[in-house]
Design a binder for this molecule. Structure first.
Ligand code: ADP
Ligand code: MG
Length: 610
């Protein structure tokens, strides 16, 4: 038998390498932007068609290339950035592996125009799937323009694997943020399908953050700065009051390169520690400058991981820098309990912050018929009723059979039969602005007010989403919100659902929306904040399946609007709340699985007191 081992042709080897470097349009965007920065550009335009699937073009005014270099740049391991192994330990550029262009050219059609500033003419180069098609002299501006067309045109399996335009676009925005945030000295534009999405002028780091993420960030950032001989830390952290429920704006950069680092992330999070509401994440934009010999960025093909020689020291310094920044600003009065959408906050924490407990803002719609259109176990046990809300509640909870979380409503109306004025015999007590206590047939029922309302609203919003009807209330003074480009895209995408939830929006610019309507019965709410929170829930979770989307939306809305701990309620409000709770499909468990109520039976009570 003859020998069977062969060297792979370059085109095949490049395609395999491309699999590592270019997973999706966003990876090509990242490589091209980084090349433009390495070329010393002062301005970079990114032009996209169909989320980069059809076209990714990057135009820079950097150093440009000679005719020969232009051609060389597409060879594998062709780089101007390192020439010997030692150089690996002193990398100051974004790229150095010399495989990006070769990889991209293996799986797309490329047209490059480039001209050095000192040259009179430039050169145009055409490549298709690693094959040189043409190179000729041309007239062009100094700098480089690379157009990558029909990504994966020759690898249909990968092309088919690409996500929706929206999802791919979001990945591109992520990369664009990572690169442009830390280069405020470079102007950037991003144009998608002929629409300019970003226009970033040069300025300070803070100006860049605000330009990318929206003007709200002007008030949200605290400067961080710490400097030693070996390490400088500069940047911003978000004020704790604006911490979000999902990991969002968390950016570490080292020597102007974005990186991820769970251990160092912990240093920042830890510095925030007691200032953050439970389960929320701080925003940060932190740039570490360190001797290039102290880091190794070579451990990951797409280079978002970085190894430090002494991570412990960096941890300690980061922690100290963030703590110092937080300490210099008196933050406690700004922690806005009412605007936090978390229900896991320890009540003890709130009193410690000396918050004045606000008056109840729960609004009850007297026309609301809880028996209308409900699925679930309780429906059949209930007599449909149009009686006034506070006379409707006729519930008897019986768990003497010890069926955990399976409440049974037994003969709901037997008191009525006995002709007793039920209303007078019921007393609702609110304990510590947290629990509603009332006597029921089998003993004493304790209800968590926030979780009860969470359940009620969740079912209400889910119903609205399923019915696809608009439930909103016109506002007198419409609020406007300015969003970051990805958030604006997402908002556009979610507009129909938002409308069902009562949030009527109208786009009045690329990234500006007017809120004309707020959810029925919640006239006073800060709709902009609700929308921001809904976006947060979705932004980092583009994988939420379509049918879970409604649940996720309903849950997030309900959690935000549910009555808080610490809000006092009148007896009528308590009666109405309980009334609506027991009209729910599930009355005893909150959407997040927490128990809403507990009945202490007479036996349990007597054994407690014995
Ligand atoms: P690397 O960036 O790792 O060196 P690339 O494949 O991305 O590898 O680029 C290869 C070479 O092509 C670079 O080293 C650089 O010399 C040249 N090059 C690429 N893009 C540009 C650009 N926009 N302007 C000038 N030179 C560029
Ligand atoms: Mg490169």
């Amino acid at each position: 038998m003859s020998d069977i081992i062969k060297l792979l042709p370059d085109s095949v080897a490049n395609q395999i390498a491309a699999g590592e470097v270019v997973q999706r349009p966003a990876s090509a965007v990242k490589e091209l932007l980084e090349n433009a920065i390495d070329a010393g550009a002062g301005h970079v335009d990114l032009i996209l068609k169909d989320a980069g699937k059809l076209l990714i073009q990057v135009i820079d005014n950097g150093c440009g290339m000679s005719e020969t270099d232009a051609r060389m740049s597409f060879e594998r391991h062709a780089t101007s950035k390192i020439s010997k192994a030692e150089d690996l330990f002193a990398i100051r550029t974004m790229g150095f592996r010399g495989e990006a262009l070769a990889s991209i050219a293996a799986i797309a059609q490329i047209e490059m125009k480039t001209r050095r500033h000192e040259d009179e003419f430039g050169t145009t180069l055409l490549i298709e799937g690693s094959v040189f098609k043409d190179q000729h002299i041309c007239q062009c501006k100094p700098g480089t323009s690379i157009a990558v067309k029909n990504l994966f045109f020759n690898v249909p399996a990968r092309r088919n694997f690409l996500k929706t335009t929206q999802a791919e676009l979001r990945h591109i925005y992520d990369e664009f943020h990572r690169v442009s945030l830390i280069h405020p000295e470079i102007g950037f534009t991003l144009t998608h399908n002929d629409k300019e999405v970003f226009h970033l002028s040069t300025g300070s780091f803070k100006q860049r953050i605000v330009a990318l993420l929206g003007s709200a960030y002007n008030e949200r950032l605290l400067p961080v700065s710490l400097s030693t001989d070996s390490l400088q830390i500069e940047g911003f952290v978000g004020k704790p009051a604006f911490a979000k429920k999902t990991r969002g704006e968390q950016y570490f950069f080292v020597n102007k390169r974005f990186f991820k680092h769970p251990y160092l992330h912990h240093a920042v999070e830890n510095a925030f520690h007691e200032l953050l509401p439970k389960d929320s994440f701080p925003a940060y934009f932190l740039h570490l400058s360190i001797d290039a010999a102290e880091i190794d960025i070579n451990i990951h093909p797409t280079k978002t991981e970085v190894n430090f020689q002494d991570t412990k020291i960096i941890y300690a310094m980061l922690h100290a820098a963030v703590k110092k920044s937080l300490g210099q600003h008196d933050l406690s009065p700004k922690i806005d309990f009412d605007s936090s959408s978390d229900h896991g906050i320890d009540f003890g924490d709130i009193s410690r912050l000396n918050r004045v407990v606000s008056p109840p803002t729960i609004q009850i719609n007297p026309d609301y018929n809880p028996f209308h259109n409900l699925g679930g176990t309780f429906k059949s046990t209930f007599r449909p009723s149009n009686a006034p809300v506070d006379e409707k509640w006729r519930i008897f909870y019986d768990d003497s059979q010890e069926k955990e979380s399976q409440p049974l409503i037994d003969e709901a109306f037997n008191i009525e039969r006995q002709n007793v004025d039920f209303r007078q015999s019921v007393k609702y007590l609110q304990i510590q602005g947290r629990y509603i206590v009332t006597s029921v047939k089998s003993g004493l029922m304790i209800i968590d007010q926030h979780l009860a309302h969470y359940r009620i609203l969740f079912e209400k919003f889910l119903r609205q989403l399923n019915e696809q009807r608009v439930h909103s209330q016109q506002v007198l003074f419409p609020q406007t919100i300015h969003l970051s480009a990805p958030d604006a895209e997402l908002t556009q995408e979610m507009m129909p659902e938002l409308r069902c939830l009562g949030l009527s929006l109208e786009a009045i610019g690329n990234r500006t929306f007017v809120i004309n309507g707020t959810p029925d019965g919640f006239g006073e709410t800060d709709a902009a904040q609700i929308i921001e929170q809904l976006l947060e829930t979705f932004k980092n979770n583009s994988l939420i399946p379509q049918n879970d989307k409604k649940h996720t939306l309903a849950r997030s809305m309900a959690l935000q609007l549910a009555i808080r701990y610490g809000q006092s309620m009148s007896e009528t409000e308590m009666a109405s709340l309980i009334d609506q709770l027991f009209a729910c499909g599930i009355a005893d468990v909150a959407p997040d699985g927490k128990k809403i109520l507990k009945v202490l039976t007479i036996n349990e009570l007597s054994s407690l007191i014995k």
